[in-house]
Design a protein around this ligand. Sequence first.
Ligand SMILES: Nc1ncnc2c1ncn2[C@@H]1O[C@H](COP(=O)(O)OP(=O)(O)OP(=O)(O)O)[C@@H](O)[C@H]1O
Length: 259
Amino acid sequence: MSVLAAENLTLNLGGRRVLDAVSASFAPGRVTAVLGPNGAGKSTLLSCLAGLHTPDAGEVLVGGQPRAALGMRDLARQIGLLPQDADVHWDIDVATLVALGRYPHRARWGETETDRTAVVRAMAATDVTQFAARPMTALSGGERARVLLARVLAGEPQWLLADEPLANLDPAHQLDTLGCLRDVARGGAGVIVVLHDLNHAIRVADEVLLLYDGRIVAQGAPADVLTPERIAETYGVSSHIGTTPDGVRFIVTSHMAQR
Ligand SMILES: Nc1ncnc2c1ncn2[C@@H]1O[C@H](COP(=O)(O)OP(=O)(O)OP(=O)(O)O)[C@@H](O)[C@H]1O
């Protein structure tokens, strides 16, 4: 099966161990939420998977092949990364920027109907079609964030790696984006998404991977991993886990009681 796998990834940055023997395997058609407190190594793990960092030990396998064996174009077709705090401050119009997401697929003779369809679909999925002709500099932060997600979606990657894609979005667009990530997985791609809101994770993820201090402390179904005990150990907060009358699970966190 064509999986994306991290095998014993170890990475030191600035003299500190940032990832410590991280092994994980991601399957197509599934959404994996990468969770953990600030500084746990979530973005670094995504960067390693996408090829932006070369690990000091261990390797990333893409469909069983070492990532380093793939050419840049092939890698760009297979893995689409939306980095944390991605932004654009130049005067490019939205449709042109989203179309740049097709770059790894572009034929020598230019844009094809397939390219155009993928761009239109990506813009609709992120609710930015109405901004198509506007320059990026004339959009709000949340609108720009949706356009940048559209650019990655336009590339129709086999693996979508999204680092906090909900950070600047209003509640309705957060839910829409979670739905969009599920649709991407339903279409057969693997989705790996860094999230901070545990409620978003239990809503979207088939699986969660919980990092702490550069190590994986748990990986599995959200209900199995996100227990009050583990939330307390990892995040240092108390939690109450419940279910709404219509069956949606939720987690409410609060500060630990002072001793
Ligand atoms: N270039 C760098 N040089 C030195 N240390 C770094 C560098 N980049 C990241 N780090 C450190 O690596 C650790 C992991 O960073 P990373 O960005 O992966 O965390 P994160 O889990 O994504 O955190 P957050 O939730 O705050 O985004 C942090 O302690 C950070 O300070």
